[in-house]
Design a protein around this ligand. Structure first.
Ligand code: PLP
Length: 420
């Protein structure tokens, strides 16, 4: 057993061997400590301090940290075979693909497995091009689809994109929620429209009523595919198994990752209709992944989906989310100069602050009170909450108490600082 390192030493090694600026950022948030173990909605650091995890790994820990049912399943599998020899069939992969066909809407049926969200988006974009023979994508401003070059090309934050230009060409970005502009961008050259039904990293923006349905119609009219990126919204996060279910829209391709394997083993996947899968006809290896679809990851996926059924997690997410959102709205009424708006669905909630400085202060005050909250990547004014779906009232109330104290502290710290 190697000797345990101190927090100071680990932080120094981050600075020297990983990323000096990232080390500084982690320290500034007030959480410059070392994670040790985690269970349910809670994370412990190496000094034994306990934190309520209201960030949930940005969507990974829907069933909570270290769920015993998933751990037990993969422990068994680990001793049999973990990665695939790639020349045989893998039972867990077959079972998980069947299960995904059952729980996703409409005629979504065939699944490709990989290892992360960005990889799943890449695959979806490639298959859309292959199936349609077209090259143009319509994507949303402010969208986040990952940071590999294809998914970055359809993402919408200029800061992340510009240093890598030129990216994949022929992407038309349109404002999220503005159907007219989208309609004028879709024509017979468009392979697909790609959208997060609720923008996560873009600042928790929920598709307005009727929007998703109208996008479906305009795609059908022009023979373009609809790709729903549910990497963050999938698996009960928004109060339904998939966010598209809120509007009864069936995409041609649905992209998933994060929560699918219970936060234990990385996984990514995209599921498509039989029509889309014709892209693979005669060329089954046109898109592949060495690690994708391993017995270990798929076993974790199957066990995770069993947890959803046993624990009614989608209903819990809807109920707890409604309570939490209502209480956040009350706080917005009390702290109107700091909170501009409360948004979200289920347990994907965000509060937009009126200033980035306020968001930073509230997040760091909450960290000092042992509550993990984070801002959204493309919109630092927005503090997001996405805890595990089984979170109890008591834990939500604890978070709200800390939030209120942090708002009050921020109000007094910044009193008279800004003239607007
Ligand atoms: N798509 C969405 C909607 C996401 O939120 C993310 C990550 O936050 C990704 C794709 C990229 O996933 P990954 O970080 O696993 O590559």
């Amino acid at each position: 057993m190697t000797e345990e390192l101190s927090t100071r030493e680990i932080s120094r090694m981050y600075r020297e061997y990983i990323n000096p600026d990232l080390t500084r950022v982690i320290r500034i948030t007030g959480l410059g400590t070392v994670e040790d173990h985690a269970e349910g909605c809670w994370v412990w650091d190496n000094t034994g301090q306990k934190y309520l995890d209201m960030a949930g790994g940005y969507g990974v820990f829907c069933i909570g940290h270290s769920h015993p049912h998933v751990i037990e399943a993969i422990e068994k599998q680990l001793h049999k075979m973990s990665l695939s020899a790639k020349v045989f069939f893998t039972e867990a992969q077959a079972r998980l693909a069947k299960k995904l066909a059952e729980i996703t809407p409409g005629d979504l049926k065939f699944t490709f497995f990989c290892n992360s969200g960005t990889e799943a988006v890449e695959g979806a974009l490639k298959i859309a091009r292959l199936r349609t023979g077209r090259t143009v994508f319509v994507a949303m401003e402010n969208a986040f689809h990952g940071k590999s070059t294809g998914s970055l090309a359809v993402s919408g934050r200029p800061n992340y994109r510009a240093p890598f230009a030129p990216l994949m060409p022929e992407v038309r970005h349109v404002p999220f929620g503005d159907f007219q502009t989208l309609e004028s961008a879709v024509d017979e050259s468009v392979a697909a429209v790609i959208i997060e039904p609720v923008q996560g990293e873009g600042g928790i923006h929920v598709a307005p009523d009727g929007y998703m349905q109208k996008i479906r119609e305009v795609c059908d009219k022009h023979g373009a595919l609809l790709i729903a990126d549910e990497v963050q919204t999938g698996f009960g996060r928004t109060g339904k198994m998939f966010a598209v279910n809120h509007w009864n829209v069936v995409p041609d391709i649905l992209v998933m990752a994060k929560a699918l394997s219970g936060g234990i083993i990385p996984i990514g996947a995209f599921i498509g209709t039989p029509n889309v899968w014709q892209a693979f006809k005669g060329r089954p290896t046109i898109h592949t992944s060495t690690f994708g679809g391993s017995a270990l990851a798929c076993t974790a996926g199957l066990a995770t989906l069993e947890v959803y059924e046993k624990e009614n997690l989608c209903e819990k997410s809807a109920q707890s989310g409604a309570y939490f959102k209502g209480r956040l709205q009350e706080l917005a009424g009390k702290y109107g100069e700091i909170i501009k708006e409360v948004r979200g669905l289920g347990l994907l909630l965000g509060i937009e602050t009126t200033r980035e400085e306020y968001a930073g202060s509230v997040i760091s005050e909450m960290a000092h009170r042992n509550i993990i909250a984070v801002y959204t990547l493309n919109q630092p004014k927005v503090i997001r909450f996405e805890p595990c779906l089984s979170i109890g009232r008591e834990e939500i109330d604890l978070c709200l108490k800390s939030l209120e104290e942090s708002l009050a502290k921020t109000r007094s710290m910044f009193a008279g600082k800004f003239n607007d």
